[in-house]
Design a protein around this ligand. Structure first.
Ligand code: CDP
Length: 782
């Protein structure tokens, strides 16, 4: 491994110099003179009417500077805020509380402890109401109406959405030789970034400027939303997203705590810091998944898949705060046909309110595609079970073929490029699939439970294009600005923001590759709206497909400007110049070249340039992607299951990913490692559980488990490279592929291990108790 100058290729991460020394600056590290501290009072009930709130004792606390309630905010027209899905969400509850942990009052005090102490002094009179916890009961006639704040609302229904061709799908199913059906749940889980959410807000009364240091994955979008919601002039708002300790979708939306910190600063005239604790993060910030799915798959008797039909009940919690492009009520779930060549497909999704925390974020996935991939990969295995066919063979028979790309899916998406059979065969070879099946046969004879699970996934990442994708009217395109100093050192300013993915390294590498300068000569500036051009942020693995593309484009613009300057230096026509890494030279005369550093200096000199050329090499660019990119991969998981306890051990995990051209293979592998661990967490141990009254049962890491190295095997990675035809360097996103693709591989492996018991499906998380329950009452057939 090297830190030597490279363009694309493995190099150590530039940002680690500060991270491994503990010198990162996170929101909680921001301390300003005279700063006050906020704390949030939260509802103990999942559903209750608020009869009264008495804040007099809290106000009288000697260290308390302000106490905000819904009534205070209503006076400022800020008691409710718009959500990313066009709903509204209470900032502080006025009429009712609608989930346990909902924000009720905000105390601003001289220190953290006083703020927390004063919460105890607030007296809220709640009148408890029956809670709706199960999405399937949300639409019952007698279900309590959760959102009676919405005019005319008489039920808990949010939306119905469908995609595909129902008539064509019904026709395929009517005549199919085999139809397999399965109900399955993708449980409610939480992105659980190690850094919780928080903000430091400071309204400078002299300049009228509001600065907010905040945990956001989308600083520019937040700034515009603050301007719209609070009526503040946008140029007087600065959002700074400093070092971020993991986002995974959790930091896309705007939370009541951020708004309260801002209002707290407005009313006290001081900077106000609010940082939630772990339980607050788990209980009240955006969850993910919670999809109740019914899937049907039709095929011929010899395993040619013909069609898919799917119905989903989507639990969106108390406010519809899902983060996804406006035109997609169920996100990209529409890509549910997965990686297979089929005749027809149809899906319908119904969204409902329940008394749970709002959200529905794309936790390390492109807007609900995780649920879609899980659904189709479980269905394919269920079909293999029913047909008595090897799941690898069934996939082999049905995967899209390379010559079908660009592939128009049955639900209106266009997959850009792929060689799926090659990825599958690479994974099976790496795993030694035939040998594993032989070992399994042998073990089954001895009564040992070994399982082999396969999944194949197609992701859809890099939202826009702008005409199809926006968030609240803001089109999903990204800007970049590249400044080249006279000595040839460069500063790249980006709208997207790293939460630990190594952007300061890889985006510098992109510029380095285009200009032929060392990556260490390129500084990447991001996460500050005053310093960077507008763009929609980092989520859904869109950084490389969109901001990566605009980086390459802006660097190429600089290179073209350098060509004009070089032509003036060499007194030749620009058309006679040829580029090689780092310099322009006169075609046919290698020795004649001028390096980019020499050109940069000349661009600032008295060199005579053509009249229409301004000088300097700096450039800006906006990139509106023509399509999403479609990374894909084939995964093989091997598990051993203890029949007595139900304990699952993931023994091996082979992951072959194709994200097109890799900028930094080491970082790509790191992204995959993290995603695979995530997948093990979701498949085997994670669920946000509630009791029937809506009490949250997973408010700490003692109950909501994160996978550690102990639960993970030594990952075995492989790769294929199928460039994206429309991305300027052929790269596709990778950040979330493994989180999307791995849960079905693990679940398929566990169900495969339980085959001697005749188990066909069991829902995640496959905890020891769940596995043990799945085999009860089933005789073991060896
Ligand atoms: O949007 P996010 O950064 O989460 O996801 P991404 O665009 O998939 O990128 C994750 C990290 O992997 C970034 O540092 C990328 O530059 C890097 N990457 C890469 O080196 N090559 C690729 N083909 C894709 C991503």
């Amino acid at each position: 491994m090297t830190t030597a100058p490279v363009g694309h290729g493995t190099m150590l991460r530039k940002e680690d110099a500060r991270f491994i020394r503990g010198r990162g600056t996170y929101v909680d590290d921001v301390t300003l003179p005279g700063m006050l501290y906020g704390a949030m009072l939260r509802s103990p009930y999942a559903h209750a009417r608020i009869a009264s709130i008495d804040i007099s004792a809290a106000r009288a606390h000697p260290k308390v500077r302000a106490v905000l309630t819904g009534d205070t905010l209503a006076g400022l027209n800020l008691a409710w805020m718009p959500t990313l899905s066009g709903d509204v969400q209470a900032v502080l509850a006025t009429d009712k509380v609608r989930f346990q942990g909902q924000e009720v009052a905000f105390v601003v005090a001289e220190d953290r402890y006083a703020a927390r102490d004063a919460l105890e002094l607030i007296d809220v009179d709640y009148e408890p109401l029956p809670a709706v916890i199960d999405a399937r009961q949300a639409l019952a006639e007698d279900a309590p109406v959760i959102r009676d704040d919405l005019e005319g609302r008489t039920d808990n229904h949010i939306f119905d959405w469908e995609t595909g061709d129902k008539a064509a799908a019904d026709e395929v199913f009517a005549t199919a030789e085999v139809v397999s059906k399965q109900d399955m749940l993708y449980p409610r889980v939480h992105p659980a970034p190690l850094e919780t959410c928080g903000a430091v807000a400071h309204l400078d009364k002299v300049t009228g400027k509001l600065t907010v240091w905040t945990t956001t994955q989308a600083p520019h979008a937040h700034r515009t939303l603050y301007a719209i919601v609070a009526g503040l002039p946008e140029h007087k708002i600065r959002i700074i997203s400093p070092d971020i300790g993991g986002g995974f979708g959790n930091k896309v939306g705007i939370y009541p705590g951020y708004v309260c910190a801002v209002v707290g600063s407005i009313v006290t005239g001081k900077p106000v810091k609010w940082m939630e604790d772990r339980s607050e993060n788990l209980m009240s910030t955006s969850f993910a998944r919670d999809y109740h799915m019914h899937g049907e798959i039709a095929s011929t008797r010899d395993g040619k898949i013909l069609g898919l039909r799917v119905q989903v009940l989507a639990d969106h919690g108390a406010f519809n705060g899902t983060a996804q492009p406006t035109k997609f009520p169920a996100g990209f779930f529409g890509v549910f046909t997965g990686s297979y060549d089929l005749t027809a497909a149809h899906c319908s999704v119904t969204g409902v309110y329940t008394n749970k925390a709002p959200g529905g974020v794309a936790y390390a996935c492109s807007f609900r595609i995780t649920e879609a991939v899980y659904l189709v990969e479980r269905l394919v295995d269920v079909l293999a079970f029913d047909l008595g066919m090897d799941p690898a063979e069934l996939r082999r028979k049905n995967l899209l073929r390379p010559e079908q790309f660009p592939y128009p899916s049955r639900t209106g998406w266009e997959y850009d490029s792929g060689d799926y059979p090659r990825a599958l065969e690479t994974a099976l070879d790496l795993a030694g699939y035939a040998g594993l099946r032989a070992e399994q046969r042998e073990k089954r004879e001895r009564g040992e439970l070994m399982g082999i699970g396969i999944s194949f996934f197609t992701e859809a990442v890099g939202a826009g294009p702008r005409k199809h994708m926006d968030i609240l009217g803001l089109g999903m395109a990204d800007g970049a600005e590249l400044r080249v100093h006279p000595t040839g050192k460069a500063v790249l300013r980006l709208s997207c923001q790293s939460q630990g993915q190594g952007h300061e390294t890889t985006f510098a590498q992109l510029v380095a590759e285009q200009l032929g300068i060392p990556p260490d000569d390129v500084d990447v500036v991001h996460g500050d709206t005053d310093q960077t051009p507008f763009g929609l942020g980092t989520y859904g693995s869109r950084s490389t497909p969109v901001s990566g593309a605009v980086t390459v484009m802006v660097a190429r613009k600089v290179r073209e400007r350098a060509r004009i300057v070089a032509s003036a230096m060499l007194e030749v026509s620009p058309d006679d110049l040829e580029w090689e890494k780092g310099r322009w030279f006169v075609r046919g005369d290698q020795a004649s070249g001028r390096t980019i550093q020499e050109i940069a200096l000349a661009a600032h000199s008295d060199l005579e340039l053509p009249e229409d050329v301004e000088g300097h090499l700096d450039a800006t660019c906006v990139y509106n992607p023509p399509n999403l990119t479609y990374p894909f991969g084939a995964y093989v998981c091997v598990v051993d299951v203890d029949a007595g306890t139900g304990q699952v051990k993931v023994r091996r995990f082979v992951a072959v990913d194709d994200c097109g051209v890799r900028i930094n293979p080491m970082i790509v592998e790191g992204q995959i490692h993290g995603g695979l661990a995530d997948g093990i967490g979701m498949a085997l141990m994670q669920v946000m559980a509630f009791d029937e009254d809506g009490n949250h049962l997973g408010g700490s890491f003692m109950d909501y488990l994160l996978p550690t190295a102990k639960e993970c095997p030594s990952w075995e990675l492989g790769e294929t490279v199928t460039p994206s035809p429309h991305h300027p360097i052929g790269a596709k996103g990778i950040g979330e592929s493994a989180t999307v693709g791995s849960p079905p591989a693990v679940v398929n492996a566990v169900i495969d291990a339980l085959r001697p018991y005749g188990v066909r499906h069991a829902d995640m998380p496959l905890t020891p108790a769940a596995v043990w329950s799945a085999v009860q009452g089933r005789p073991l057939r060896t």
